[in-house]
Design a protein around this ligand. Structure first.
Ligand code: CP3
Length: 341
């Protein structure tokens, strides 16, 4: 690997500056993304290895980040299990056959790695293009977050139906979560076998859960997935919105890195975690809307806090919003790359 800053930091080794990548770095804030998006549907882009590779490479070529992330979506596991998935502009993801009854859960399939072979094919094309320049991060959705889309049938503000199932029908909920966890572990192992250099588990909506519910319905399935990964030399990153509260519990699942949201001081949180767990984060993505002097100041403030720590990867606390100016993202990355501890 020509640039191994990301892998070093992920394994809690010292680096001369913090490595940088950004969640949702391959997406709609980039004019070049729209040139491709205007020609294909989102799922066509994910399922055509050459196109998925083109989009994965956009931030590598235009932003010069320290790690690439596979272009795909967390909901492809739900689709492979039998979910009728579509993405509509302005509406977001939809499952036309939501999972709400025992019969719906029974109908979901779990031996589905073959249906996700297009992802392995995309990884191989991407690794040829990267040619050892920077590491490639693979990813999957965490069972609770994927469950919420399957049950609600799409995005939700309050996760009402999902929480009703957790609380009224916990046995059913556990069957569903266990099925998703099995598919997710197989899927991440397929990505590892195809050549990704790291994996991230996205539990975007965990913050909707209470402490006890997070342990029962989310954490234990993430722990099960992580324990089933063929993870030798492959760092595992655990992300959730809500990590400013849940990170100490997330650490019990033994990921290599925990991705932290922006509600907490990153150094204080790192000190609360066991030795050897690196942190990723935690700039409020809204800072990327602001004036360049603010962007630079907030990055330097974060780096000043983290300067004596091995095991720090710069990222946002959540993904880049589609209307953040491209120029600001580029500026932030340039500021980070010029920084020396
Ligand atoms: O980070 C990257 O650049 C890699 C690609 C990636 C996408 N989705 C592409 C995408 C990744 C890592 C994801 C993860 C994902 N998908 C998450 C977890 C991350 C997070 O932000 O919390 C979630 C919750 C989803 C589900 C999802 N996919 C939603 C809610 C939507 C629609 C609204 C939105 O935020 O875009 C998508 C669609 C999607 N996934 C797009 C992209 C580039 C937009 C598709 C389009 O062009 O219309």
């Amino acid at each position: 690997m020509n640039n191994d800053l990301f892998l070093k930091a992920a394994f809690s080794q010292k680096t001369e500056r913090p490595p940088v990548w950004m969640m949702r770095q391959a997406g709609r804030f980039m004019p070049q993304y729209w040139e491709i998006k205007n020609k294909y549907s989102f799922l066509e882009m994910c399922k055509t290895p050459e196109i998925a590779a083109d989009v994965t490479m956009l931030p590598v070529d235009l932003l010069d980040i320290d790690a690439a992330i596979l272009f795909s979506d967390i909901l492809v596991t739900g689709e492979a299990m039998g979910g009728d998935l579509s993405f509509t502009q302005g509406v977001g993801p939809k499952f036309a056959n939501p999972v709400r009854s025992q019969a719906d859960i029974d109908a979901l399939e779990t031996d589905v790695a073959d249906r996700l072979q297009y992802v392995a094919d995309a990884i191989k094309v991407i690794q040829q293009r990267l040619n050892g320049k920077i590491p490639l991060i693979g990813f999957a959705g965490a069972p609770f977050t994927v469950m919420s889309y399957l049950v609600e049938g799409g995005s939700s503000r309050d996760f009402k139906l999902t929480k009703l199932m957790l609380h009224n029908e916990p046995e059913m909920a556990h069957q569903l979560l266990a099925k998703i966890a099995k598919v997710t572990a197989d899927y991440l192992n397929l990505q590892i076998a195809a050549g990704v250099n790291a994996v991230q588990i996205f539990d975007s909506w965990a913050q909707a859960l209470s402490w006890d519910d997070y342990r029962e319905f989310s954490h234990r399935y993430i722990a099960e997935i992580i324990s089933n990964l063929n993870r030798k030399d492959i760092p595992v990153i655990s992300f959730c919105k809500g990590s400013s509260v849940f990170a100490p519990m997330m650490a019990e699942a033994e990921p290599d890195v925990i991705s932290i949201d922006w509600n907490v001081d990153l150094l204080d949180m790192k000190k609360r975690l066991p030795q050897g767990i690196a942190v990723q984060g935690n700039l409020d993505p809204h800072i990327l809307y602001t004036d360049k002097r603010v962007i630079k100041d907030r990055i330097y403030r974060l780096f000043d806090r983290m300067k004596d720590e091995a095991g720090f990867i710069f990222n946002l606390g959540h993904g880049i919003m589609p209307d953040i100016p491209f120029d600001n993202v580029k500026y932030a990355i340039d500021v980070i790359k010029e920084f020396k501890y």
